[in-house]
Design a protein around this ligand. Structure first.
Ligand code: ZN
Length: 371
């Protein structure tokens, strides 16, 4: 039984942040464009820096509220899915889903952990806002500095092209400079995606384990992910204990027959997590292990499938990059070129998906709704 996905939940926040990134890029381009033919352009633009700061701060203040709201929903929905999954695994009829935090708070034990997860994720996302603001002001100043060099002050067209070139280079880097705990650097979209996916999966796993424990179940088995992640390979199809009470060769009751049987429990769920299971962007899950009923099977690997998935994500990044460029274009010729690239990569994506039988996740390439 496959674990429920959180892809659609990740979408809601990824859309929000890429939308804001686009919106700020468009605002900067519009501001830089105005008065490009004036001899006082550079001085005027620098004088307008304070206005750009104010506008961006307003956008970010709204983003903060919206982001906090969506984070609470994402965590609540993910937890609900985890709890329902646990019941399905035990063949207990689950209630119809209700996307309401208050109800979930009532229904799920250990909800303090969920509130903590929601707060952590909200803080992680809000920590990007100061960097988004800094980025907007830095790139704006940088375009002016590069464009106002004396040797490009030859006429409107040249200056427009110089501004476009400088801006393109900066836009390609995107809002960057986010660092995770392991010290890796991320672009905004990838960082948001990683943070939300990690938080949502944690909430789902927490609720899943809590609900199983509630129903008196202690053993779970790690999935055999079709999209391999190396860190978790040693854990595939291993039996783990939620409580950690019994590890090693243990005697347990058969799930459906009136007899005892021996099961090898590899570790506690917590120990497996410390050893690397469920790292960020991990594709593994656990499900209830019913002694004598659940088939352990052997783990089989699909490196080709994993490669195809990675390629899909790379193409989706190209689409996002060119959409950002199109939104922030100063020069109409550059906008046409960017639009053409978007179409080209969209065609490549369709072909790749058809060839490899992948599921298309439209949200990844969307620029998101402007707010
Ligand atoms: Zn993994």
């Amino acid at each position: 039984m496959a674990a429920p996905t959180v892809d659609d939940l990740v979408t809601t926040l990824l859309d929000l942040y890429t939308g804001v990134e686009q919106r700020i890029a468009r605002d900067i381009a519009t501001s830089l464009q105005a008065g490009l033919d004036s001899p006082d352009w550079a001085a005027d633009k620098l004088a307008a820096l304070g206005q750009l700061r104010q506008r961006t701060e307003r956008v970010l203040a709204r983003l903060g509220q919206e982001s906090d709201d969506r984070v609470r929903q994402v965590i609540a929905l993910a937890a609900q899915r985890g709890g329902q999954q646990a019941l399905r695994e035990l063949h207990i009829q689950a209630d119809a889903p209700l996307p309401d935090l208050a109800r979930i708070v009532e229904a799920i034990p250990g909800v303090g952990a969920l509130v903590r997860l929601a707060r952590e994720l909200a803080l992680t996302l809000r920590s990007t806002h100061v960097q988004i603001l800094r980025w907007a002001l830095d790139v704006y100043r940088e375009v002016i500095a590069r464009t106002a060099l004396p040797d490009v002050l030859l006429g409107v067209q040249t200056r427009r092209q110089a501004a476009q070139r400088a801006w393109e280079q900066l836009l390609d880097r995107g809002v960057t400079g986010f660092q995770d705990r392991a010290g890796r650097r991320w672009q905004l979209a990838s960082y948001v995606e990683m943070a939300v996916r990690t938080g949502a999966l944690q909430a789902m796993r927490q609720a899943h384990a809590d609900r199983l424990a509630d129903e008196g179940e202690d053993l779970v088995i790690v999935s055999d992910s079709p999209r391999e992640c190396g860190l978790c390979r040693p854990w595939e199809r291993k039996v783990l204990s939620i409580s950690g009470r019994a590890v090693g060769r243990v005697q347990v009751e058969h799930a459906t027959e009136d007899r005892m049987m021996t099961v090898t429990v590899s570790a506690s769920l917590a120990a497996a997590r410390v050893a690397g299971l469920f790292h960020p962007n991990c594709t593994h899950s656990v499900s209830a292990y019913l002694p004598g009923v659940t088939k352990v099977g052997s783990a089989d690997h699909d490196p080709a499938g994993y490669e195809a998935k990675q390629r899909q994500r790379a193409i989706e990044r190209h689409i996002r990059r060119w959409k950002l460029r199109a939104a922030g274009a100063i020069d109409p010729a550059a906008k046409r070129k960017a639009d053409g690239k978007v179409r080209k990569w969209q065609t490549a994506l369709r072909q790749h998906i058809a060839e490899h039988g992948l599921k298309r996740l439209r949200y990844r390439e969307q620029v998101g709704r402007a707010r």
